[in-house]
Design a protein around this ligand. Structure first.
Ligand SMILES: *[C@@H]1O[C@H](CO)[C@@H](O)[C@H](O)[C@H]1NC(C)=O
Ligand SMILES: *[C@@H]1O[C@H](CO)[C@@H](O)[C@H](O)[C@H]1NC(C)=O
Ligand SMILES: *[C@@H]1O[C@H](CO)[C@@H](O)[C@H](O)[C@H]1NC(C)=O
Ligand SMILES: *[C@@H]1O[C@H](CO)[C@@H](O)[C@H](O)[C@H]1NC(C)=O
Ligand SMILES: *[C@H]1O[C@H](CO)[C@@H](O)[C@H](O)[C@H]1NC(C)=O
Length: 380
């Protein structure tokens, strides 16, 4: 009490800003999506959303062992120290975590997860036409859609009318496509070469979204790509002494530009989808700006400002050396993953995913025509 009396007004004011900021990120919006009344969530995608499909197929994967999952005290196959954005989206919708499709004991009453670590948008055959021959998994978007169809067809006993019940569900179509580019880059293609693939990757995502609408979906989120030039794995690989290659957040401009291009074409495709399907709601998931928000406000959000681009689990510059990876012998793990954005150089920490999901949910819920209208905090 004595201290509040003597506080200068400016001090009180900044405390207020900080309080409303934390209100924004922690309390307010925990159940925002519950006003959408989803009765299930279905997820397609890659390691950004895989809650355990890949490790069912590959039990020896690094993702099946600690330190992956350490914040959880259990390795679940999630590519993080703990939970992913889809887990927080489910929490916000008041729905249990999605079990992976390949888990034979999974409970699928509230939806399920088809995302598979390493998955591509294009099929391996289509990637081969681009001379991308090294594709570590055959689980492309079309394979995941086959799984989805087979699941709906089984639960509906072949009755297509029954697919209409999917109108009460949320469908997450991605993030997907990042790996198509990843594998092309690994094979030594230049950015200019990989850019020529973008229209076909985006068209593949568009056709997949149409297929999902064909299965009765009426509310869909199609997420874009992250600013990949801010990720430790890429900062390491494309490290340069040319300071003009970096932007003010120390991200590689040219790589972020690549994501901007993908996201631009994806948003055009979503606009076309809306014209072709006026009765369905297709919303762009802005992972790009969600991550930039996180990076630019990181110290206010409790991250260690001296390690914003150092992965928690890893070794080398940016803790994301290319010769050894998180989970390899002798690779150190930081003391407090909650203070880092990046978990292993390519995937984020639970805390980063939680905050990104919070940011996203506020943006997408009004556009999903939920009853609750979100009022934005002036502090952000
Ligand atoms: C694939 O490689 C072949 C042989 O090197 C080349 O002729 C062709 O133009 C390449 N195609 C693409 C799409 O890069
Ligand atoms: C869908 O289910 C019906 C009835 O169970 C079955 O006869 C049909 O073969 C299935 N269709 C496909 C494409 O799997
Ligand atoms: C940057 O410059 C230093 C000192 O000249 C040199 O040792 C290093 O190899 C350079 N790094 C890159 C990525 O070019
Ligand atoms: C970003 O991409 C646009 C077109 O895609 C290009 O004109 C521009 O030069 C690029 N900028 C950088 C920094 O790569
Ligand atoms: C950078 O990292 C992301 C995420 O790991 C990946 O999808 C992307 O393809 C990488 N970009 C390059 C140029 O290697």
């Amino acid at each position: 009490m004595a201290s509040s009396k003597s506080s200068p007004p400016g001090f009180v004011f900044s405390i207020l800003i900080i309080i409303s900021f934390f209100n924004f990120v922690t309390c307010n919006n925990q159940h925002i999506l519950s006003s959408c009344n989803f009765d299930a969530i279905y997820q397609l995608g890659d390691s950004i959303a895989d809650t355990g499909n890949d490790v069912q197929d590959n039990p020896s994967s690094k993702f099946a062992r600690l330190p992956y999952g350490e914040t959880f005290k259990k390795a679940t196959g999630r590519c993080s120290d703990g939970l992913l954005m889809i887990d927080y989206i489910a929490l916000s919708a008041g729905i249990p975590f999605l079990d992976p499709y390949l888990n034979k004991d999974g409970l699928f009453d509230y939806g399920l997860n088809f995302a598979f670590a390493g998955a591509t948008a294009m099929s391996a055959e289509d990637l081969a036409k681009w001379n991308v021959s090294f594709v570590p998994t055959s689980i492309s978007l079309s394979r995941q859609l086959d799984w989805m169809f087979s699941y709906f067809n089984t639960t509906c006993r072949g009755n297509k009318d029954c697919f209409k019940k999917n109108g009460k569900a949320l469908f997450m179509v991605g993030e997907i496509g990042g790996n198509d580019y990843n594998y092309a880059f690994w094979q030594g293609k230049t950015i200019e070469e990989v850019k020529t693939m973008v229209p076909e990757v985006v068209e593949t995502i568009k056709q997949a979204t149409k297929r999902v609408i064909g299965y009765g979906a009426t509310r869909l989120v199609v997420p874009g790509n992250f600013p990949i030039g801010c990720f430790p794995v890429n900062l390491t690989k494309y490290q340069t002494n040319d300071s003009t290659a970096y932007d003010e957040l120390h991200c590689l401009k040219e790589l972020n530009n690549f994501s901007i291009y993908h996201n631009y074409l994806l948003q055009q495709a979503i606009a076309e989808l809306k014209e072709e399907h006026p009765d369905e709601t297709v919303v762009y998931g802005d992972y790009y700006n969600a991550f930039l928000w996180l990076l630019s406000k990181a110290d206010l959000l409790g991250f260690d400002p001296t390690s914003l681009q150092k992965a928690c689990c890893g070794i080398g510059d940016y803790n994301s050396g290319l010769s050894s990876w998180c989970g390899d012998p002798k690779v150190p793990v930081c003391e407090n993953p909650n203070e880092r954005l990046s978990w292993d150089g390519a995937h984020l920490t639970q805390r980063a995913y939680e905050l990104m999901a919070t940011w996203l949910v506020r943006g997408i819920s009004p556009r999903l025509q939920c009853e609750y209208i979100v009022s934005y905090s002036s502090a952000v």
